[in-house]
Design a binder for this molecule. Sequence first.
Ligand SMILES: Nc1ncnc2c1ncn2[C@@H]1O[C@H](COP(=O)(O)OP(=O)(O)O)[C@@H](O)[C@H]1O
Ligand SMILES: [Mg+2]
Length: 264
Amino acid sequence: MAALDRHGVRYEQVDTRTLYSYGGQLRWPVVLVREIGTVRARCAAWTLEAEGSRVLNSAQAIEICADKWRTTLALQAAGVATPRTAIAMTPEATLAALDELGYPAVLKPLSGSWGRLVTKLDDRESAATVLEYVAALTGPQAHLGYVQSFVPSHDRNIRVIVVGGEALGASYQQNPGWRTNRLWGARCIECELTPELAKLAVSAADAVGAELAGVDIIEDPEGRQVVLEVNAGVEFTGFDQAHDNVDAADRIVEYTMAALADAC
Ligand SMILES: Nc1ncnc2c1ncn2[C@@H]1O[C@H](COP(=O)(O)OP(=O)(O)O)[C@@H](O)[C@H]1O
Ligand SMILES: [Mg+2]
């Protein structure tokens, strides 16, 4: 909002907690979704698109990014490098998939963020125990097993911010501990945005249809970079701390204003 003010943009802040709709007429030509809760972000985006708003990110992009398996499928379809990953429909099938995938592996909730519940499985014994807990969870969604090869990465991953098909810059998220989300205290340090890294991040954002994206990339010991996920509700505090010369909010506002000019 500070960036919108700096650009002299007239805007209305809509708190989704007070938003309701009968699926009626256009209220706003352009909507920039900053709702952090995926369920509300997704529902609001579908609703506002149905009302005729140009919504950033689109409901479809939010939908894909909110589901790690749909993201993996979209990345694979576009030929974007990503770790070896399997989906299994039950905890028993997950253990079978892990037997094939090998250890260590990572089990992730299909819809989650900030590294919460992302679990490293070092061997079959710990996997079987964790899956026993998974089986005890209620709801069919919790029983789907999204498992991925563990990539040894010196406890850091790379976050690239992409706005309108352009990579703004990259930062390392570095942590003492293998989950390198800021929630676990990761520090953000500037990382060189090589042409290869920029291309990988832009291809990942394109693959899921995200115009505004925070792309999580991990580098294996051989230096191969692979995409972990694309965040449609991109947070950029850490990125801003790591970059003196790029302001992510300014770039998002400029892109939003261009979308507004197109929409009017
Ligand atoms: N396959 C993996 N190998 C090694 N570390 C991983 C792997 N997948 C995730 N991580 C670590 O866990 C963190 C969270 O995983 P991520 O897929 O980005 O989910 P979230 O949506 O919770 O951020 C990553 O930033 C990374 O540090
Ligand atoms: Mg992440």
